[in-house]
Unconditional design. Sequence first.
Lengths: 139, 155
Amino acid sequence: MYWLSSDNSDTTGGDCEKEERGMYEKHVSKGHLPYCYLKVRLDFEDDADIDIIIFKHIVIQAVQSLFGEAVSCTPIDVLKYRQTNREAILRVSSSYFTKLWASLTWYSSYNEQSCAFRVLQVSSHLMALAANSRQLSLA
Amino acid sequence: MVRHKNRYILCEIIYTDNKRIERHMTDYMVYGAVISALQTAHGDFGIGSLQSSLCVKYVNPITSMVLIRARRGAHKMVQSALYFIKKIGQYEAFFRTLHLGGTIRSCCKFLIKHHKQKLPKLLSECKDEEERRKVQEIISSYSDEYKKEQLIASF
């Protein structure tokens, strides 16, 4: 989120300042957006039947094993889940975003079946996950 | 070279049964309780970042005082994990943090001051005349010392 400001009241220096006004623009950053969105896929070596509840449980378990209860208490939402290829869109508050990503990377097995999370896309805008530039085909 | 900084957490063990008896408390038991609380509260990351520096430096089973060392910065994780301890070894007990110091010396200074403040309370709990006389003697000896120090400082 960026805000454009035409007011340069904090700079000092008489007439010179008036001439300079308009030559540059002051951008004020309002900080990061409240949420981050991840598009992830859970890959198993053999095929496994994982429904949305188990998927959420796996995500929580991954965070809990690496960062403990202190981080796993943060709200992590599964916005969309497709069971056929175990692909999901996760939403977290952006301050816990890196921690979630790290714990997904570290997760390696569920019920003694080896598995891995593939992070496909990451964005702070949900709309950005609608299209993937890496999967575009130029016909 | 850079100085390796530590933080020392001075804690008091409070037993839930509230009995004044001497108990068998070792540094290993305290360490085990802290490390398992750290595992549940901060996971593998907490263990990994504190394993090299976490150490129980001093345990006094008579006064039930404990001194825990942790790396500076990561000591906050230890502090937050300490709240969740409900059992130390086989005893139902919890920690009460008294002081957070940068050196063992500063913690020791605090501990002496803390014990001196506790003495008048002990006096009221004395059962017979012999005990009462002993405690009074100790209190008067350190108050004399304190007066002398003040006198020297004023010159």
